[in-house]
Ligand binder design. Sequence first.
Ligand code: ZN
Length: 131
Amino acid sequence: MHEEEGYGLSAPQVGESLRIFVTQREDDEEGQGGIVYINPRFLRVEGTLEAQEEGCLSLPDIRGSVRRQPIVEIEATDVEGRVFRMESSELMARCWQHEMDHLDGVLIIDRMSVMDRLVNRKKLKALEEQD
Ligand SMILES: [Zn+2]
């Protein structure tokens, strides 16, 4: 993911144990606000695993290659209680999986290769010492 930082944010990241996350809109026109996904679930996750670099707001300075499937269909409820479905085979598909991982307590370091974990070892140690 080229600029994953700030692309999405999940409730667990801000101390809420709700199954909610928000993302920017894919077309990203100013003033439109983000998309809120309440109780999201995947209807479909398809395609051959693709490795791409990701970062995360919860892990400053940590970047690593994460393998994910490229095609995702998601269903969620919006802030007005309406159920909606979206599909993406672009950056957003990866973003949804990243945010869904947060809801399940999974971070990108859990999905990185051993090599990437070694590369990020010092930064991870520094983060752990902050807590
Ligand atoms: Zn994240």
